[in-house]
Design a protein around this ligand. Structure first.
Ligand SMILES: [NH3+][C@H]1C[C@H](O)[C@@H](O)[C@@H]1CO
Length: 621
């Protein structure tokens, strides 16, 4: 194949072209990137006096534990407490333990910060100590003692640091709080708001798990979409409410997320903003816009409260503390300066409720545009279907399909009308090899495969060719706790101690780290063919990037004719493997990018391996 390259750029590559879509799905947040290690740490959103309320907790050595609706709760947001009764006649260490989120990594290089609140519902003469440990099967890797006084009838927070003496390979470890049964027998003690943190990314308080945040950061994304996705809330009752996700953790009630598990909201709006600041990326922030499943969206005359909530949410992020109380709240929490914010998404996948979106968009976008004229608002129905007023400047398209679909539709945006509308490919992934039932389990991918990633890459080539109208793109979903997930495949899998970047993660990383500032037209790839390429130039770095995608089972030889000189010494990074190969916990590095030196000339040859994604880097002379 002979490819002629044009030296005159047709359009700029927009700064946000590659980024990440986040929502708390598959324990992406709680049990994932949010670094809290204890599951069910505050007994949020559970029914007291049930076994289910105790999930992730277990009694040790005869202790009796129960989640109670505390008559004097730690806060109105956290009405439940853990009540420990140490029966008469017990001896040895008696108490309770937490299994973490399907394990706890014990690392002797880390200092862990543990804390909890306790009180005695009735004063007692007890004057002893709790033993706090990280342990497995009775072997304590770290242990500390916390004085506990029976005179403490008001809630008291205690904190202790734990430094393990070894790093067990297994994550089957527990956090435990126990008492010496002989001298604590007969005591009843209430506990609330436990927490166990390892070191965090950029040492941020209430921050992120370092290995996951590092993996995401190394993809060099430019934006971070939050908080969903479906987890923005698909019903009024379960909607995400920004204001109860900020402030002290004991004031955050948490909520039942859309993916079947309680969201602690410890990863709240401020933490999301710090994530963006620490990863030096820009949020694409959604506001809940009145959508409810089964066409029960809010009627127009009930929107005002939620439009105001959206205004307050935006002011929390970018408002002026001198003039806005929610901006002042942000300042009081330690961040007086506004965060970066340009894009606000009105709802999520409102094509499920597009009739009501006609007035919901009209009122939300109309009022928010007037309130924040410099922000850009994204609509989430199908483009121009239905017609919306005011006309959206931006739409968020989502597509999940087969690898073949993404190759067959590599020209999807070429056909789009250029009418001043820009597109966010906010979610996309090849998720199944079964075109007849893409979202079903038959043919569904557990992890991305070389074939699915190469298919996606063909579609991504189209993003660059059409970057005059495509301004942002992100694979979805981003994260998956392999011990408890609701959706597959995902970009990055993980368990309690390891991260498993997928073949699609490496493809995303390849495109994102080989970013031109402008697109150079070239011979068009064959429609519905197996070979795709894009040529971009980075005028700052004086580099030329050529991405090549070969979806064929055979190598493809190509000749590129450049209209300008490049240095002979260049590089090529390749992701390739057999079609069905995946990176997984059992084969974590089955496919990783490899980089080679490559000799360039104004006209040069390249052979793209079978099922491969390549990024060639040449240097302008
Ligand atoms: N069904 C997908 C569409 C929705 O926006 C996400 O929450 C889901 C998983 O990425």
């Amino acid at each position: 194949t002979m490819i002629m390259v044009d030296g005159t750029a047709s359009h700029a590559i927009p700064p946000l072209l590659y980024g990440q879509m986040f929502e708390d799905i598959n324990h992406s947040g709680d049990g994932g990137i949010y670094a809290e290690l204890l599951q069910n740490r505050a007994f949020q959103q559970v029914t007291p006096n049930t076994t289910a309320a105790l999930y992730a907790w277990s009694a040790i050595n005869g202790a009796r534990i129960n989640v109670i609706a505390d008559p004097s709760p730690i806060s109105s947001a956290l009405p439940n407490s853990l009540q420990l009764i140490i029966p008469q006649g017990t001896s040895g260490q008696v108490g309770f333990g937490n299994e973490g989120y399907y394990g706890i990594q014990v690392n002797s290089e880390w200092t862990y910060n543990a804390s909890f609140y306790y009180k005695f519902s009735a004063a007692s003469a007890f004057d002893g100590a709790a033993t706090v440990t990280l342990q497995s099967m009775g072997e304590a890797y770290a242990t500390a003692s916390v004085p506990i006084s029976g005179s403490q009838t008001a809630w008291k927070q205690v904190a202790v640091s734990l430094t393990p003496t070894s790093s067990p390979a297994s994550t089957a470890n527990n956090f435990t709080v126990t008492f010496d049964g002989s001298n604590a027998a007969g005591q009843t003690i209430d506990f609330a708001m436990f927490s166990l943190f390892p070191p965090t990314f950029k040492d941020r308080e209430n921050g992120l798990r370092i290995d996951l945040a590092t993996t995401l950061s190394e993809m060099k994304p430019s934006f971070f979409r939050l908080p969903g996705g479906n987890n923005l809330g698909q019903t009024w009752a379960t909607r995400w409410q920004w204001n109860v996700t900020v402030g002290p953790l004991i004031n955050r009630p948490g909520r039942m997320g859309d993916w079947g598990y309680v969201n602690t909201d410890g990863l709240g709006l401020l933490e999301y903003m710090y994530l963006c600041e620490d990863m030096e990326i820009e949020p694409i922030m959604a506001v809940w816009a009145g959508y409810s499943l089964n066409d029960e969206s809010l009627p127009e005359d009930e929107l005002a409260t939620y439009i105001q909530a959206a205004i307050d949410q935006i002011n929390f992020v970018i408002g002026d503390p001198a003039t806005n109380e929610y901006a002042a709240l942000r300042a009081s929490l330690g961040h007086p300066d506004p965060f970066r914010l340009t894009y606000v998404e009105i709802g999520n996948e409102d094509f499920f409720g597009s009739e009501s979106y006609i007035y919901r968009w009209k009122d939300f976008a109309g009022i928010l545009r007037a309130a924040f004229p410099h922000l850009r608002f994204i609509a989430t129905t199908y483009p121009f279907n239905p017609i919306l007023n005011p006309a959206p400047e931006l739409y968020d398209n989502h597509v999940y399909s087969t690898p073949d679909y993404f190759v067959e539709n590599a020209f999807y945006y070429d056909a789009y009308e250029r009418n001043g509308t820009y597109y966010f490919q906010g979610e996309y992934a090849a998720i199944s090899t079964n075109a007849a039932d893409v979202f079903g389990s038959l043919g569904r991918l557990m992890y991305p495969t070389v074939q699915s990633s190469v298919g996606e890459a063909a579609y991504m080539i189209g993003f660059e060719r059409n970057a005059d109208i495509v301004f942002a793109t992100s694979y979805a979903p981003l994260l998956m706790n392999v011990a408890n997930y609701q959706w597959s495949p995902n970009l990055v899998a993980f368990d309690a101690s390891r991260v498993y970047p997928s073949t699609s993660y490496y493809a995303q990383q390849l495109f994102s780290t080989h970013r031109g500032t402008e697109y150079l037209p070239s011979t068009l790839p064959t429609y519905n063919g197996t070979l795709y390429w894009s040529v971009t130039r980075n005028t700052t770095l004086r580099t030329v990037y050529i991405k090549v995608v070969n979806y064929d089972a055979a190598p493809a030889s190509m000749t590129f004719a450049l209209p300008f000189e490049v240095a002979s010494a260049g590089l090529v990074t390749v992701i390739t493997g057999s079609a069905d190969t995946s990176n997984s916990p059992t084969t974590p590095d089955a496919v990783v990018p490899t980089t080679f030196k490559m000799t360039f000339a104004q006209t040069f040859n390249y052979t793209a391996p079978a099922y491969s994604v390549s990024a060639l880097t040449a240097y302008l002379v």
